[in-house]
Design a protein around this ligand. Sequence first.
Ligand code: ZN
Length: 395
Amino acid sequence: MNGYTFYAPTRVLFGAGKLGELHAALGAEGLAGKKAMLVISDGRSVRENGTLTRVQEQLAQANVAFVLFDKVGANPLKAIVEEGAALARTENCDFVVAVGGGSVMDAAKVMAMYAPQPGALWDYVPGATGKMLPLVNSPLPWVAVTTTAGTGSEVDQWGVVTNPDTNEKIGCGGQDSLFAKIAVVDPELMRTVPSKYTAYQGFDALFHSVEGYIANARSPMADMVQRAAIEHVGKYLARAVADGTDMEAREGMAFANTMSGYSMVVGACTSEHAMEHAMSAFHHNLPHGAGLIMISLAYFGHWIDRHVCDERFVEMAKMLGMKDAAAPEDFLAALQKLQKDCGVDGLKMSDYGISVEECDALADNARATMGGLFLSDPAPLSKEECAEIYRRSFR
Ligand SMILES: [Zn+2]
């Protein structure tokens, strides 16, 4: 049995209605009576569906004053993170509260990291053109109220930020001090996510665990959370996509997502994530989950053709619901069926402006920006193989 270290210090409030306990959790974490920067997206959803008002009521009950930062878009940009951090600094905020999906939580987490630091944000970025300097001061504490079931950002210590000047979409942070103090995972807040995004986010959660399950760093703890995540996606994702008000399905997907977040804490993602980051680094309108779906069949097909972990693919096909699975290729059939059931089997790279001529540049970018993930692959993946996976995925 492989050993492991499991450090997941976030106080997780999981379940329908749990947002109502946020004020008490703020007290328990010593955050009552302090001042927060409340970070939301640049869209209207949390204002219109009442979530923002409910969070504000919870803050008021804990005597927390706040300033609002409402400029975070999809694939959050370096400039927005810097602007938010500057606001937290000038307003003397004691902590940060994120209310939204992966982009909002990632941006808020990196704002909390950067706000108390001198110098430039990219001084602290651990890779590519980042200077990888150690943090000078402790990050601000941060609190996650997740409104989607996708990134697992509420329970991990990484935030992805895009630098459009250098086409880098890169994981920032990684320090133990960047875990959220509190994560509210309340499926009632996910009821209004449109079906298309429910599917993209659900597949992101799935791939965090599927990649973890074939990664070379394995442990019984990682296996446990990954199995739970994959089984719950197999059981509930298509239902949540078909009917967003199916609360049992929403809850099942919220649980899958949280388990997949833990997969990244105790295990690792593989190069599929680096390859997707390259795609959305060049094409900012491409949602992360959609990019992963586009390359997934060719990507996992590559590893199945290499017979690097046949048994694991058979197990995962069974977890997704194909009880009589016997060959590793059955995993691809199960994945394809789930994509069809969720209405995302027709996604095309060309619809997001990607051209087949870019495949080499994407393969270079994936390695240059998120090269660390290739070290988790079950076998080495060459640049040419990487480019070939893009080409086979191209439509
Ligand atoms: Zn992801």
